[in-house]
Write a protein that binds this ligand. Structure first.
Ligand SMILES: [Zn+2]
Ligand SMILES: [Zn+2]
Length: 369
């Protein structure tokens, strides 16, 4: 059947709306009518700097919608249910998956189609199109393996539900699952996009008493207290950010989170931790970039540097948990959504995101103009 989608035909070619053909669900696939699809920075990275994806591709991995149909081997998901789809691909059967570490799955490709099977997406001339991350959510319809799909309650607003699928599990999960923030801890977060603000939320939920929000943009700093930040530091190019954090915390934070993906701010994150603290790396760096680390200093200061993928989240349990916290008024998601846009506006909205002015744009209008 036909689906309107925002397609990237080649690396750096930009986003354009095109009518594509989407296959029927087979095996354990779920066909989702997309109602909300968030614009995450990772898609822009993949579309412009390359993370190894083949093209043409449809990006979009922060998705909420309604199940339209399911493949014959799907269990537990039925048409009509409201769902969130996430980019965490896991087989459910390897040693990691069986140990509740689905985010470390050894065989994530098992959620995709095999070589002998028809592609999920193709152009009108038959050219196969990659649904990036196994989702391809910048589209009216998407086909996703049921392991990547989580049922949510019907009264959860779609734009909010979409955010749960990436920004929230990545950010809040990093604080709660990966870093293990505890009651009374001190936290610093560098970079206040959708993920960074969710790190702040996670730190608050975990009981951190000092949460320092750091960004170059004053409007983002103004947003941070609504998520639980207790202090803000304006990285205006003149302020010594590390010294400011050390002063606020009396020596450094227990947990620093870098959510931008730059060498300089990664060094700052390491330096602003206390003796025995941990620098948690979430931001996606350009391929091939490196940072210098003094191992002697690391030893003496007993610091940890931790790489975090998707907030160490098990989506099937974590996404419903965050949905409940939102509905109880304990997790702020409403203030993350800067604006709702149409599918045709993806390129323009990413231009805004690149200039760093909005928290999250969410596609909610998939019809043509
Ligand atoms: Zn994302
Ligand atoms: Zn697995």
């Amino acid at each position: 059947m036909r689906t309107r989608a925002s397609i990237v035909t080649a690396l750096g070619a930009g986003f354009e709306t095109e009518d594509l053909e989407i296959d029927d669900p087979i095996g354990r696939e779920v066909l989702i009518e997309v109602k909300a699809s968030g614009l995450c920075h990772s898609d822009l990275h993949a579309a412009t700097t390359g993370l190894g994806f083949p093209f043409p591709a449809v990006f979009g991995h922060e998705i909420a919608g309604v199940v339209r149909s399911v493949g014959p081997e799907t269990t537990g998901i039925v048409p009509g249910q409201h769902v969130v789809a996430s980019l965490v691909q896991f087989c459910g059967d390897c040693a990691a998956c069986r140990s509740d570490r689905t985010y470390q799955c050894e065989r994530p490709a098992e959620t995709g189609r095999g070589d002998g099977e028809a592609p999920r997406l193709r152009r009108a001339d038959g050219q196969p199109v990659v649904a990036a991350f196994g989702t391809g959510g910048f589209s009216e319809l998407c086909l996703v393996h049921e392991n990547q799909v989580v049922v949510v309650s019907d009264d959860l607003p779609f734009p909010v539900a979409a955010i749960l699928g990436c920004a929230t599990i990545t950010g809040a999960g990093a604080a709660i699952n990966s870093a293990g923030v505890r009651v009374g801890d001190s936290v610093a977060v560098i970079g206040l996009g959708g993920v960074g603000l969710n790190v702040i939320s996670g730190a608050r939920l975990a009981g951190a008493t000092t949460i320092v929000a750091i960004d170059a943009q004053e409007e983002k700093l103004a947003l941070a207290p609504r998520f639980g930040a207790t202090h803000t530091v304006h990285a205006d190019g003149e302020t010594d950010v590390v010294a400011a954090v050390q002063q606020i915390t009396g020596g450094g934070v227990d947990h620093a989170f870098e959510v931008i993906g730059l060498a300089s701010t990664t060094q700052d994150a390491i330096r602003m931790t206390r003796v025995g603290g941990a620098a948690n790396l979430i931001g996606i760096h350009r391929p091939g970039s490196t940072i210098a680390v003094d191992p002697g200093d690391l030893l003496i200061s007993q610091r940890t540097i931790r790489g975090i993928y998707m907030g160490s989240s098990n989506i099937k349990t974590d996404i419903p948990r965050y949905a409940r916290l939102y509905q109880q008024g304990r997790l702020n998601l409403d203030d993350l959504i800067a604006r709702e846009i149409a599918l045709d506006d993806v390129a323009e909205a990413y231009e805004q995101l690149r200039s760093g002015t909005t928290a999250r744009s969410v596609i909610t209008d998939f019809a043509g103009r």
